[in-house]
Design a protein around this ligand. Structure first.
Ligand code: BGC
Length: 390
């Protein structure tokens, strides 16, 4: 009896050990691209893209913001004609999920990775894994930082976005002493720096001449005499007025700012809001403050909800970044790489390790005056999605 029990136990241990061995053997094959070059070569040889397997992998940051759903939809529109098998994954604001997404695409044998990093610096590891696997890496909209494993950057002119937002505030301001509230994107996103830098260059002379008075950032006030800010200086201001690209954070920050502001810091206010989602959240807060007589608020992305806010007079402007162009540029770059060619380059962006070749696209400021021409007549969104259009 004891002997039988012993033999049964032995059998269980043996089966468990075999299972462990199988897992141990399978692991490198399942995730070969995560580490050094040897594993990567194995991937290339062992897992060529099977028919139906993706050749291009696209990893986008989150489904929680309409902006990135837009990109997914525009990619899907294009894919019918591009003839390249593509898989699109979302990282839900999590760099670890992003890395896992990239690794899963690498095991499927992709040849080109199109990645919008959640966190520009953290994404360097995923880009390196792709490079090790012999995969070309295209940074999409947001730059991947601190690595030479980025082959190309498809982007809009983000400095111009910030400049257009700031110019709008300048154009709408009258007289002097206009209360100015500054908000920024996530410090983990290089674009937040580019937007703020572009805005600062336009706003700073108008702060210096008294047109605007900054009301919600002691860091910005401390730097208001400087026409050009270093990255560290930008980081100080962004750290204080960041929305983290999150609607609730934006709402809470705006509420906190208005709670400490005195009635004389309100009245007719100018608000630099970094994008549409945060603009709507901030506008909703300013819109119900009894001491705010009127506000001008910026945005970007031409999200449908913000286009409706513009029509309704609740958001002043947005910046149209035509995602149809961006997605088409990304697919064209991927096709160039697949054909062994080099995508078109008009510019470079330094990611603190290399100058990444890029082709930035132009952006279009949109307000109530040109919303119909820029958004509807251009076919960007259908008129039937909105109410109150003239
Ligand atoms: C993009 C914006 C977007 C923001 C938040 C930025 O990197 O350029 O279009 O609104 O991220 O997702």
């Amino acid at each position: 009896m004891q002997n039988k029990l012993f033999r049964a136990l032995l059998l269980i241990v043996a089966v468990a050990m075999m299972a462990g061995m199988v897992t141990a053997c399978a692991a490198p094959a399942a995730a070969p691209a995560a580490t050094g070059g040897e594993a990567a070569e194995a991937t290339e040889a062992a897992a060529p893209a099977a028919s139906g397997a993706p050749v291009v992998g696209i990893v986008l940051p989150t489904k929680d913001e309409p902006r990135w759903i837009q990109d997914e939809a525009r990619f899907k529109d294009l894919l019918g004609t591009a003839g390249v098998p593509v898989e699109i994954l979302f990282s839900q604001g999590d760099s670890a999920k992003e890395k896992a997404n990239v690794e899963s695409l690498l095991t499927k044998g992709i040849k080109v990775l199109i990645l919008t990093p959640q966190d520009g610096a953290a994404a360097a590891a995923a880009a390196q894994a792709a490079k090790d696997a012999g995969v070309k890496v295209i940074a999409y909209d947001r730059l991947i930082l601190g690595t030479d494993a980025v082959d190309y950057y498809v982007t809009f002119d983000s400095n111009a976005v910030g400049a257009a937002q700031a110019q709008y505030l300048v154009d709408k301001a009258t007289g002097t002493g206009n209360p100015l509230y500054l908000y920024a994107g996530a410090a983990s996103d290089n674009n937040a720096f580019l937007f703020f830098e572009g805005a600062w260059k336009v706003l700073q002379p108008k702060i210096a001449d008294g047109t605007f008075v900054i009301k919600n950032s002691s860091e910005a006030v401390a730097l208001q005499d400087k026409a050009e800010l270093t990255r560290d200086e930008l980081a100080k201001i962004i750290g204080q007025v960041t929305t983290n690209w999150d609607f609730n954070t934006a709402k809470n920050l705006a509420e906190a700012n208005l709670t400490v502001a005195k009635p004389e810091d309100k009245g007719n206010v100018s608000i630099l809001a970094p994008n549409d989602g945060t603009a709507r959240a901030i506008a909703d807060v300013f819109g119900v403050d009894p001491d705010v007589t009127s506000y001008v608020v910026t945005g970007q992305d031409a999200e449908k909800a913000s286009v409706q806010y513009i029509i309704d007079g609740k958001q002043s402007m947005t910046v149209l970044k035509d995602v149809r162009t961006l997605a088409a540029d990304a697919i064209a770059a991927a096709q160039a790489f697949l054909a062994g060619e080099t995508p078109e380059q008009t510019n470079t962006y330094n990611n603190s390790t290399i100058d990444v070749p890029a082709k930035p696209s132009v952006v279009i400021p949109v307000d109530k005056e040109n919303v119909k021409a820029a958004i509807i007549d251009s076919g960007y969104w259908p008129a039937s999605d909105f109410t109150g259009l003239e």
